[in-house]
Design a protein around this ligand. Sequence first.
Ligand code: ADP
Length: 816
Amino acid sequence: MRSYLIPSARLPIGRLTAGVLAFGLLPLALLTYFAITLSSEAVGQEVETRLHATASLSGSVVSQELTGLSDLVESYGSRPSLVQSVEAGDQERVVHHLRELRAARSGIYTTFLAKPDGTLVEIVPRTPSIVGKNFAFRDWYHGVTSSGRPYVSELYRTQAAGHPLVVAAAVLIRDGRGNPIGILVAAYGIGHLQEFTDDIARAQGVVLKLTDQHGNLVAQPGGVRKLTSQRADPRVGAALDGRRGITTVDTADGSRVSVYAPVASFGWTVTSSLPANTAFRAVGELRSAVLTIAGVLALLLLAGAVALFRSLVARRRAEDAARRQASIKKAVLESTTEGIALVSPDLDVAVANAAFERMLGEMVGEPVSLDDEAIRDVSSRVAERTADPDAYREDAAAIRADPQRIARDEFVIRDTGQSFQRYTAPVTDDAGQPLGRLLVLRDVTAEREADRLKADLLSTVSHELRTPLTGILGFAELLVNHDTDQETRERYLRTIHGEAMRLTSLISDFLDLQRIEEGHLRLSLEPFDLREVLDREIELFGSQSDTHDVDLRTPDEPLRVVGDRERLTQVLANLLSNAIKYSPSGGRVEVSSERRNGMVRISIADSGIGVPADQQRHLFQKFFRVDSSDTREIGGTGLGLALSREIVEAHSGRMGFESVEGKGSTFWLELPSGPGRADGGSRRVLVIEDDPVAAELLAAQLRAEGYAVENVSDGEAGLARAIEDPPALICLDIDLPGELDGWQVLARLKADPTTSSIPVVVCTGGNGRGKAATLGAADFLTKPFSGEQLRETMERLLPRKQGLVLVVDDEATVRR
Ligand code: ADP
């Protein structure tokens, strides 16, 4: 089969679906990942910037506030009037300055003057209980006295009335020579600082914490009510060391992002922080939005993949069904004996079954492959080989010229005589679009042969039956209606007899042929000398013709064969009759024989009309007669040769001929040569017996019955003779001298095809009837046996072909 237009590869559904999923899900996952990472980074940077900005802002606000405070205190401390009042011990003036200073800036809680040793001199608002107390332990005292410069102290709880938490800005008051004469201090309530940081924190949405230079908490959301050290906080520690940075800290409320920084020139610290979930809320929202979208997309993709998978499965099922349909169609196409092909409009062979290519091969005389050769080329090669190439080409052109043409034509291949029928019709698809042209080739040789046989039979019957019948009727009528003299009557009767014989042989040929065709040809095989038959037939046919010389050119030796004598006689008679018939102008008919390779070959050569070369291959066909004017004049049925060949082949032989038109023909047959001598073998008995008395007795009894007898006294000699010259029957003793006893001889006789059919009678004084029968003996005689017993056995095994025949037939003529 060339092609069946079916999808050959199955869809890799699993791989396709996995591919779609991989190509869809992978980019989606990457997109999601990058969206989340990049946005997290961006938001992280934004948060960091915000926290840093807030920390810097609040640091600088605090710094300004403290600087302003410090500057204010310094400016009061250097007032000449205050210096004079302190030098002069004018308490009223001092208090006056202190009150002014306190009022100069909101947030100043108390102002006071201390001696250089730290003893409180005056305080506003006045708190007499602590006047005269020494406060050299305070940080402001250490700060201002150790540096000699204005100093802002750590946070502490003041002993002044109300005891709030404050920081103090302190300056030294110096006399004209620069010697310290007192310390001016303004204690500043941290509520103000708290307000600043609260405002900034609120505005920036962050949490701000402020510590002093020793890590004490100064401001935090909700305010500071007691002294709390934050030194332990690593952010505060780092800022106290002058470092700034960002960090994430885990607290009881969750993790927080913090920025820490020192407050310039005061050594304070500021920490600005945000809960991580607030800081990264946007990221979280973005992440969940991205994840949601990615999830939806992934689901859609999965659904798409499932849909794809299902549609692919459906498609594969459809393809499987189509493939199965195609394979059924293929099987159907391949199981037909007709060659079928579909040729596309541009002359490509789309579909062709094996029978189509095979038939094309038979047409062109060699194998054809439509894969390698264009149909147009094959067609022109076929044209060359047909009996009528022009007609073939015309038909082909007409088909090509008219795409709608439906045609059935027939052509004969010249050399092989094969007849092919070609049917062609356009093929369209469901939509009516042309698919091409269907070509169906059918080998109709057998049908045409049958047609021919029928026609030949009819013409033979009409001619070959009528002709003798006409003679018989005509001469019979003459005899009935006219008085004729004796001589004429005898001539008429001979003619009637001859024609009746012709009819008989015609009818028996018919019957024989029918028997052969039905497989009922029975051969009664016997060994005989074919030479005897040849001699007789040559004499018969030689005497029938005055114009022919029938010669037997063959060595004077027997031609032994095993066969059906009558049938082989029929064959030789047919060949001799043909040789004479088909050399109408007379001449020599030479019969020769030879033995080679275990075969006997008989050739009958004539110098007659011969057989035209183009008709020779039909010669052995039934009813075939050479179509020539010469042959037509010669009567015949065309059955003789067909029958002859069947008979010869049934004998495992061969038959053939060589012929040259106008020069003559030589017909030959070969038969397997048979064993031994055929003459008299039918009445010759071989006695294998070592006892001379017993042998003599048996020979005498057999001779008395008319048999020729040969005696040998051991098994080896008996076997050799039986093969060399097969007798009609063997009498075999069992106790024999030499290597072989009677049983062994019997077994070998039956094993050798030359002797296996010779009946063997075991004649012995011992037992062994059963063994004899098993080994194939025809009978068993126990010594001593009577002449009567022996005769009976011989009669049964070798019946004489003579005696009474009972004829049972209702036709009186037949009985006569
Ligand atoms: P019949 O002789 O009855 O026609 P056969 O079967 O014997 O039938 O022969 C078939 C055909 O073969 C004959 O019709 C004849 O044309 C041809 N033929 C047979 N023998 C010879 C021959 N010796 N010489 C020429 N043609 C022969």
